[in-house]
Design a protein around this ligand. Structure first.
Ligand SMILES: [Zn+2]
Ligand SMILES: [Zn+2]
Length: 325
């Protein structure tokens, strides 16, 4: 069976000798139809994040078709198309029982601490393979998982209809977050230094922030550069909620005094919680409130996966890879 495996940093290869996956009692085996390449996959590829062992199958934003079903599975049939929720929580720890599966310390993070999905076929726990209607475009499924991340940040912020929100960064996550805000009747006001990316965000319905735009009650950070917050915080009104989606090990560039005097709420948002965030996001896409495909720019054939990874950082939007034919 074919798979794209990492053998060393920057060395991704398509091999055809991987063993066939076997569906455990609660699993389904899925034939890959497409997979989105994510920043975290690229960190692994570039050696900024360690792999548990080599060769390592990469990738996690996958969709495909069920080809076999484990004996304990109900509600999943061979031939149905599914999109994978690539974080398998234990569902037993205190965080999971509180509904915060994103904080589960025993979470299997597909492609990172658990083998990835850029393979001809792979096994997934059935509860994490969400059946989708046939009519959804492959492109919307290829960018679906990062859309769920964006939508969950919006949900957790508790923003309401009719508001204006400042969004930092018009990369894939910033674009998807803006789409999620627009779907809720909220105006995204974008701060983005790259003119091409800003133009794309505006084309998709966001407003470019003017130098004198101030008084925001809502701020979403998607760049992953803590320093970017400094100027944005100066635009906030008292009582603002700051939702952080990007990850940066650097401390925040704001003081305790600024937070206290500004009456700010700072909220972190990591991925999504099982299973309701995936289902709710799917409802948005089925109802055509959002098209996650807007974040994509480049498509590659499966055999070109090494080139897709090598070129992804230079592309303006997200890269995705089609399943083998
Ligand atoms: Zn991802
Ligand atoms: Zn857990």
């Amino acid at each position: 069976m074919k798979a794209a495996v990492l053998t060393a940093p920057h060395h991704l290869a398509v091999v055809d000798d991987l063993p066939e996956p076997v569906a455990g009692p609660g699993d389904v085996v899925v034939a890959l139809e497409g997979l989105g390449v994510c920043g975290s996959d690229l960190s692994l590829h570039d050696g900024h994040r360690a792999v548990p062992g080599t060769p390592w199958v990469v990738g996690h934003e996958a969709f495909g078709r069920i080809v076999s079903v484990g004996p304990a599975v109900t509600g999943h049939e061979v031939g149905r198309r599914v999109v994978v929720e690539p974080n398998y929580a234990c569902l037993e720890c205190a965080d999971c029982r509180r509904g915060r599966t994103s904080a589960c310390a025993r979470r299997a993070i597909v492609g990172m601490n658990s083998p990835g999905l850029l393979a001809e076929r792979f096994a997934v726990p059935a509860a994490y393979a969400h059946v989708v209607p046939e009519e959804l475009a492959p492109e919307d499924l290829a960018a679906f998982e990062p859309f769920v991340v964006a939508r969950t940040a919006v949900r957790r912020s508790e923003i309401t209809k009719g508001e204006r929100a400042l969004v930092l960064g018009a990369g894939a996550q910033g674009l998807l977050l803006s789409q999620s805000l627009l779907a809720r009747g909220i105006e995204p006001v974008m701060i983005e230094l790259h003119p091409g990316r800003l133009a794309r965000a505006v084309e998709l319905g966001a407003t470019a922030a003017r130098a004198d735009d101030h008084g925001f009650l809502w701020l979403y950070e998607t760049t992953g550069v803590a320093q970017a917050l400094e100027a944005a915080v100066a635009r906030l009104a008292a009582g603002a909620t700051i939702t952080l989606v990007g990850l940066d090990a650097a401390p925040l560039p704001l003081t305790m005094e600024q937070v206290v005097r500004g009456l700010y709420t700072i909220r972190g948002s990591l991925i999504y919680d099982h299973p309701h965030d995936f289902r709710a996001a799917l409802d948005d896409v089925i109802a055509e409130r959002v098209r996650p495909s807007v974040a994509l720019t480049n498509r590659y054939a499966f055999e070109d996966a090494p080139r897709a990874f090598a070129e992804a950082r230079r592309q303006p939007g997200k890269t995705w890879i089609e399943g083998p034919r």
